[in-house]
Design a binder for this molecule. Structure first.
Ligand code: BGC
Length: 454
């Protein structure tokens, strides 16, 4: 049985029906403001047009390179599109050293170009002409398919000299500086666009792409008449365009203050990008473990967990050591654990605190804390998804999803569905689909569709 005091501790994370409705209305308003030229500058949810207008047919063919920068790792991929909705992917993961994440931008792009050259050499393609799709998962103003001006860094990146610059050009220049491969950057895209494209490759009804990983964001297919921000000389010959919502920034105008907790405020205050990406800080993998860590500290202080142990002050100092000690993946592992054995939970507690056999009661308390933090994140993500699904003109809408939190948390999908059921309009038929390598296959598809359009 859970202590009433533990429930009370977690109450601020439990969103009431009224709060869910209110966040939903505020979110929808921000999307509308982001799309309109007159309100766009003040809007938090920027709704950037991506210039991706054609969804894949499944018949795309050819070999494409893809780069994926924006999560914990950086990847280079070789994607072979084979027609018949089929593709194979060969990829290599490279680390982005911490100092490169916050060093000069040119160094970051030189590192990327270096990895790219090694990859091409390994695949014996040094002399081949290779079109490349660059999945760059940060907020960008796109001027066309292959020009993306970085608006701001997120997720712990902060390289000098890149904000306000065209990242397509920076990558192109880094490749040219080496001069050892024939690679052309033909498209820049967000990971949410890649997710949408890779799901649409399999299922033609996909209209929304969502990432809940290190960061959190979504894109969706909007009618061109509603997208004021398309370049004036852009010919509106097609009916729709993918819009990158950049919903991570929602709340920067105070819209979420009525649901943000003291823990959310602390996460924000200690972050690299203070007062920015407030919705992302309540939903994304980069922050969820830290939120649990802060709640645990409060629970220790109030003697709500590890009550029997005299070592509570020692446990608190472990948690105070750094913001990353309670990893977000623990949340998934703990919620996946079985009662009453709690094998994974006990292992995590042992590794963190050196406590041999945590009691069933302590395991249940820890699990409840994780559950409340994850459920709130899933509810907020579903509020955003509902807003986008309800905007699309299709009756049947598939939502393509990816990201480590969504993928590995055992209940995230179920939590999301509960909220979607409440908020999506009754005349819509919807479902969620897991994306297969949106950042790779999706990037190749954007590159392929771009080449076809030309
Ligand atoms: C970025 C988005 C990205 C998301 C998921 C956010 O921090 O602003 O562009 O889609 O992370 O990777």
């Amino acid at each position: 049985m859970l202590d009433a005091e533990v429930r009370e501790l977690m109450q601020p994370f439990v969103l009431s029906d009224y709060q869910v409705q209110e966040v939903y209305s505020r979110f929808c308003l921000e999307v509308a403001r982001g799309l309109k030229r007159s309100t766009h500058p003040q809007a938090n949810v920027k709704c950037f047009p991506t210039y991706v207008q054609d969804l894949p047919t499944g018949d795309e063919m050819g070999k494409y390179l893809a780069l994926d920068l924006g999560g914990t790792n950086f990847r280079v991929l070789l994607v072979s599109l084979k027609g018949h909705h089929d593709a194979t992917v060969d990829s290599q993961i490279y680390a982005v050293p911490k100092d490169l994440m916050v060093g000069p931008g040119v160094d970051l792009f030189d590192h990327i170009a270096g990895c790219l050259a090694k990859f091409v050499e390994k695949h014996d393609m040094k002399t081949a002409y290779l079109p490349l799709g660059f999945t760059f998962s940060f907020p960008c103003v796109q001027l066309g398919l292959k020009e993306g001006i970085l608006v701001r860094w997120t997720k712990g990146f902060d390289c000098a000299g890149v904000e306000g610059e065209d990242v397509g050009r920076m990558l192109h220049e880094a490749i040219q500086r080496r001069g050892d491969a024939d690679i052309a950057v033909v498209a820049i895209l967000n990971d949410t666009t890649g997710t949408l494209m890779s799901c649409a490759h399999r299922n033609a009804d996909c209209r929304v792409g969502v990432i809940v990983g290190t960061g959190c964001n979504a894109c969706y297919v909007e009618d061109v008449e509603n997208v004021d921000l398309l370049r004036a000389d852009f010919k509106k010959t097609k009916r729709s365009v993918i819009v990158n919502a950049e919903w991570g920034a929602f709340g920067e105008g105070g819209q979420l203050d009525f649901v943000r907790t003291e823990y959310d405020r602390e996460v924000d205050e200690k972050s690299l990008n203070r007062s920015e990406q407030l919705f992302e800080k309540m939903t994304a993998g980069m922050y969820l473990g830290n939120l649990v860590r802060l709640v645990l500290l409060r629970a220790l202080e109030r003697k709500l967990i590890f009550k029997q142990s005299s070592r509570r002050p020692e446990f608190a100092s472990v948690l105070q050591r750094n913001e990353e000690v309670f990893e977000t993946r623990y949340i998934s592992e703990i919620e996946d654990d079985s009662f009453p054995e709690f094998a994974s939970t006990r292992k995590i507690v042992k590794n963190l605190f050196g406590l041999e056999k945590a009691s069933v009661e302590d395991c249940q308390t820890l699990r409840y804390i994780c559950e409340c933090v994850a459920k709130r994140a899933a509810t907020l993500v579903a509020i955003g998804v509902s807003g986008l699904v309800n905007r699309t003109s299709n009756r049947r809408v598939i939502v393509g999803m990816d990201g480590s939190v969504y993928r590995y948390h055992p209940e995230f999908d179920a939590y999301m569905r509960q909220t979607l059921q409440k908020l999506v309009k009754a005349d819509k038929e919807w479902d969620i689909m897991l994306s297969e390598d949106g950042s790779g296959r999706g990037a190749a598809l954007v590159a392929a569709v771009a080449s076809k359009t030309k």
